[in-house]
Design a binder for this molecule. Structure first.
Ligand SMILES: [Zn+2]
Ligand SMILES: [Zn+2]
Length: 348
């Protein structure tokens, strides 16, 4: 089979490798589509380490072979792949919160080969945990790949009570900012505004016709001032930081209304994650601060429902599709802000 193999940081070669054979308890998937994500870019550049030569974790595939001892999975069934696999022995895993596994979770595309290949194996631990998420008959493979990133947004926003919120602000107009904004809308936020520093990006979102109520360039407009005017002085009910810029956290806090919610969705630079902050800005207005780290099964099923019901128009977000042969071109397209790309998909 063909696979995009990491030879060394920054050098990926599409080459022939053996089709993996599923062991007892494992399932072989034919990859129908696998989307590139920002984390993949960091791995491919060598900024983030993984244990395997084939990455890709936003996957939709069809069962091509089933190992012995697998129950309830049949040939030709279509699945999305849940990325995170916990130890399934610790208290957090017992609560089905494998994303917070106390022994550190493992993941498809990080500790097991991922989806930038014609075939991939769902390991026995993943099959047992229920990491094969059935795809509805009418859902395209392209839309199916969006279930994974959307599930991470569903998880990150689980504790935010959007119903009745009059204004939500999102920092970051990339796919993750967009998906967070769409979850807020789907869950009842009245108005959602996206802030980004790249006008090209904001123009792209405009041209895609997404249901946002403002696409604001935060180089040209001070976000605190803009939101104050937009909300008649009350502030936003929620701010999502979906860009790895730590200075956005104190700015987001200043944008919030009383009883407001701040979601720190993006990870911050590990080398320098510290940011000074007036904690009384959280204390007196009774603000709520949320973290976000990947997702678990309940988030996948909710994300699948958001897409299949049309409340999140997944296919609109897919701007580019490449074959596996053109993997490096796909990576360059996704990494180039001027390319007009939002979600880039590989169809092996
Ligand atoms: Zn990802
Ligand atoms: Zn665990």
């Amino acid at each position: 089979m063909k696979a995009a193999v990491i030879k060394e940081p920054g050098r990926i070669v599409v080459e022939e490798v053996a089709i993996p054979v599923p062991d007892a308890g494992e399932v072989l998937l034919k990859v129908d589509a696998c989307a590139l994500c920002g984390t993949d870019q960091r791995v491919l550049k060598g900024e983030k380490h993984v244990d395997v030569p084939i990455v890709g974790h936003e996957i939709a595939g069809t069962v091509a072979a089933v190992g012995t001892d697998v129950k309830g999975v049949e040939l030709d069934e279509r699945y999305a792949v849940q990325t995170v696999i916990g130890c399934n022995a610790c208290p957090m895993c017992a609560l089905e919160r494998q994303n917070l596994c106390e022994n550190g979770f493992k993941a498809i595309g990080y500790q097991w080969n991922g989806g930038f290949a014609e075939y991939m194996v769902m390991p026995v631990a993943g099959v047992r945990q229920g990491c094969l998420i059935p795809l509805p008959a009418g859902m395209s493979a392209e839309a199916g790949t969006l279930i994974e990133p959307l599930s991470c947004c569903v998880n990150g926003m689980r504790c935010l009570p959007f119903e009745g919120m009059h204004a939500v602000a999102v920092f970051g107009g990339g796919i993750i900012g967009v998906l967070n904004g769409l979850v807020a809308k789907a869950r009842g936020a009245e108005r959602v505004v996206i802030f980004d520093v790249a006008q090209d990006r904001l123009n792209l979102l405009e041209s895609l016709g997404l249901p946002f109520d403002g696409l604001i360039n935060s180089r040209d407009h001070d976000p605190v001032e803009w939101i104050t005017n937009f909300t008649g002085g009350r502030g936003a009910n929620a701010v999502v930081v979906a860009a790895s810029v730590k200075q956005l956290v104190p700015i987001g806090i200043q944008m919030l209304a009383r009883d407001g919610h701040l979601s720190i969705f993006a990870g911050m630079p590990k080398s320098d994650p510290v940011e000074p902050l007036d904690l009384n800005l959280i204390h007196y207005p009774e603000l709520h601060i949320h973290g976000a780290n990947s997702s678990v099964q309940r988030d996948y099923t909710e994300a699948r429902e958001l897409i299949s019901s049309g409340r999140v128009a997944a296919e609109k977000l897919v701007t580019h599709t490449f074959s596996l042969d053109d993997f490096n071109e796909a990576v360059a397209t996704q990494g180039n802000p001027a390319s007009g790309s939002l979600k880039v998909i590989i169809k092996p």
